[in-house]
Write a protein that binds this ligand. Structure first.
Ligand SMILES: [Ca+2]
Length: 322
């Protein structure tokens, strides 16, 4: 049985790896890629999605829908200081490639309604498109099977500020609305989960580079671009929150521990914009999400390495900026 899914993404770095999970895992039935404003310039994100489809040899096979180009109530803020162009200088000729005419929010609403209770969404950018889809169709949350969200921290540190993880910081109103909407939500947080259990240091990165496949070359080029930044903030390797989120939907056996939490998101704090309040059941609040607390870290790494060993034939030649 394959898993029908859509990946909602602000495509840069590990978003690309998450797309590879959706494109190449035999369990995945990736129905669409929907784009949301986040990491880098919107059009550059679309470009990065084309690069990823090409690396997988799947160009033209999965539709790309353009969604919200800014958060619901605030100006867009990027993470270009972290991600650069989001693809480590990788490029290609995109002549003739075009997104769908339909808006991503309309596509999400339509696809979920076409097969109620079957479609899962992996949301690995700000939650603007998801919140907008729920506004447009109040039945959307019930039509979605499970919503896997990469965002927030579980009573831990943020990344864009001390308090907040980037996706929730960029569009806190959307994140707040999504947790109040009644989705079956699974959360993959930044700290401690990603920071402690989804970091690839030198040894792991070298073993991936040694695979010598087009995908391992792609991975190395796209992900290693952030190594210098990661080290400058005290993380000894590349981080993989987004690909972990996609992998956990398809392989729940990688989850070692999870629990029900009441998750809410700060929208008006003076210092805590986008902070995720994750309450663990002792404050009189009913759980509205499952938060992943521990994974099989070595199993996740082995899974991605095996995925990147998949032989693929990119349809267009890549070029590199340096
Ligand atoms: Ca992302």
């Amino acid at each position: 049985m394959t898993v029908p899914l859509v990946i909602d993404t602000d495509t840069a770095q590990d978003d690309c790896v998450a797309l590879l999970v959706g494109l190449l895992d035999p369990l995945a039935d990736l129905r669409a890629i929907t784009m949301v404003a986040g990491n880098v310039g919107f059009d550059r994100q679309v470009h990065n999605a084309w690069l990823t489809l090409n690396a997988a040899g799947r160009l033209g096979e999965v539709p790309v829908y353009l969604g919200s180009r800014r958060p619901m109530m605030r100006p867009w803020e990027s993470a270009e200081n972290v991600h650069g162009d989001g693809a480590g200088g990788l490029d290609m000729d995109v002549t003739g490639l075009a997104p769908q005419d339909e808006h991503a929010v309309d596509a999400l609403v339509r696809m979920a309604a076409q097969s109620p209770g079957e479609l899962s969404i992996v949301a690995i950018g700000p939650l603007t498109n998801i919140a907008a889809a729920q506004l447009k169709d109040p039945g959307f949350a019930a039509n979605v099977k499970t919503l896997y969200v990469m965002g927030g921290s579980n009573n831990g540190r943020g990344n864009i500020t001390a308090a907040a993880e980037f996706n929730f910081y960029v569009d806190p109103e959307a994140a707040k609305a999504v947790f109040a909407a009644g989705f079956e939500v699974v959360v993959v947080p930044w700290d401690p989960l990603t920071l402690r259990q989804a970091v690839f240091g030198d040894e792991r990165l070298a073993a991936i580079a040694d695979l010598g496949t087009p995908l391992s070359d792609f991975f190395t080029r796209v992900c290693a671009a952030t190594l210098e930044f990661d080290r400058s903030v005290g993380i000894d390797g590349t981080t993989h929150p987004d690909s972990l989120t996609a992998a956990l939907l398809l392989h729940p056996e990688l989850v070692r521990r999870s629990a029900g939490y009441h998750v809410d998101v700060e929208t008006s704090g003076e210092l805590t914009r986008g902070y995720s309040a994750m309450s663990w059941g002792v404050h009189g609040l009913d759980a509205n999400a499952t938060v992943i607390e521990e994974i099989d870290s070595e199993g996740f790494y082995g899974y991605l390495r095996t995925l990147l060993a998949t032989p693929t034939t990119p349809q267009r030649p890549f070029s590199c900026a340096d």
